[in-house]
Design a protein around this ligand. Structure first.
Ligand SMILES: NC(=O)c1ccc[n+]([C@@H]2O[C@H](COP(=O)([O-])OP(=O)(O)OC[C@H]3O[C@@H](n4cnc5c(N)ncnc54)[C@H](O)[C@@H]3O)[C@@H](O)[C@H]2O)c1
Length: 347
């Protein structure tokens, strides 16, 4: 399956079992043989898939250097990016060469940021290996790193030259990280694809992983094309994130994963919408049932007062007005500005 993304720089997302072996051939669409490739990956993913991707690039005629960093969000930091710059400079990379990021969202975000900034910008290709990155992060061009005082605080919009997605790579992904991505897939069903939501509700979605990833990415693509730099409609993708981010913060970013927090946030957003008369009654219960089906939490120990207070520092907020996302019904979404008092009353 191929999905075209028409941002100012158009690119293709190729979703296909075994696609890892086609990375080199796909790169030939934009790069001449002999162009240097820097394969950026991390310590969990490279031993599983690195040599296959390296061999595929070499077979297509690209000389490959590798940069492997320690796996984990704690390494998504400027220091690692500086090490990437050093590896690129030492290997004599120029602006016409390219980077290939092989790994989850951490690798894609950070390798993409390096590509956006080294020599004022070079091409990169995303090869996502987690459900978060295949179904969400690899499309949209958001790249970046964390700072000691906040996640993703430094970054750039930089679209990849192509995304090569191999759903078979998900077979080695630990369940916890798989569920994290499922939270985003359920979100995409909620905001824009009733049929995807129903397939998740009935349990059939996981039988066709390439199809599920493809539908999820197509939804993200639609919002990204409509609003590449995230100043309007793309905010709909934040459904569940206002309360979800607040919960992550209250948990000190430990214990509760991002996808789990967003799942609880989606239930809360549906409840808010139902209490305000915007959301079809029963929607929160349907979202809860889907989350439970995939063993994800549907509620949390923190009080609504705690949660609303924690939204105060949300970087997506605008003064005292939260751009809250509500679902009129499954598959439809709206941006609904409201202040914190209103949110507290509706929760
Ligand atoms: N750019 C965007 O639009 C966007 C969107 C959502 C999330 N993100 C970012 O993505 C990150 C989270 O993504 P993630 O969950 O992919 O994180 P991750 O890259 O840390 O991967 C999660 C874990 O899975 C391991 N792993 C990766 N692929 C594997 C495989 N195929 N088999 C076995 N293990 C594998 C990794 O080593 C890691 O331990 C966050 O930093 C977040 O900010 C970015």
């Amino acid at each position: 399956m191929t999905i075209d993304v028409k941002t100012h720089r158009p690119y293709r997302v190729i979703i296909e079992p075994g696609a890892l072996d086609r990375v080199g051939e796909i790169a030939l669409a934009g790069k001449k043989p002999g162009t240097k490739a820097m394969l950026i990956s991390e310590t969990n993913v490279y031993p599983l898939y690195g040599e296959r991707v390296k061999a595929a690039l070499e077979k297509a005629g690209f000389p490959v250097s590798t940069f492997i960093f320690p796996a984990g969000e704690e390494h998504k930091q400027i220091g690692t990016v500086c090490d990437m710059y050093k590896a690129l400079a030492q290997a004599g990379f120029t602006r016409t060469d390219f980077i290939v990021t092989l790994g989850g969202g951490v690798t894609g975000d950070m390798g993409g940021f390096t590509a956006a900034t080294f020599l004022r910008g070079m091409d990169f290709m995303q090869v996502p290996t987690t459900l978060v990155s295949q179904a969400d992060a690899s499309v949209g061009g958001k790249t970046g790193v964390d700072l000691p005082f906040g996640k993703n605080l430094v970054g750039a919009f930089h679209q990849p030259m192509a995304v090569v997605t191999d759903p078979q790579a998900l077979s080695t992904l630990p369940q916890h990280f798989f569920n994290d991505g499922l939270g985003e897939v359920i979100k995409h069903g909620c905001i824009a694809d009733r049929a995807l939501f129903e397939a998740l509700e009935q349990g059939g979605a996981l039988e066709d992983m390439a199809g599920m990833v493809g539908r999820s990415i197509a939804i993200k693509r639609d919002f990204v094309e409509a609003d590449t730099r995230d100043t309007g409609k793309r905010m709909i993708l934040n459904f569940g994130h206002t309360c979800g981010h607040a919960l992550e913060k209250l948990h000190g970013f430990q214990g509760l994963s991002h996808g789990e927090a967003v799942g609880i946030g989606m239930v809360m957003a549906c409840r808010v919408g139902e209490n305000m008369g915007v959301t079809q009654p029963g929607t929160a219960e349907r979202v809860k049932a889907v989350l439970r089906r995939y063993h994800m939490p549907v509620e949390d120990k923190f009080t609504k007062e705690d949660i609303v207070a924690a939204t105060a520092l949300d970087k997506k907020s605008d003064g005292n007005t939260l751009r809250f996302i509500l679902l009129p019904k499954i598959g439809e979404s709206v941006i609904h500005p409201m202040d914190r008092d209103e949110l507290l009353r509706a929760l």
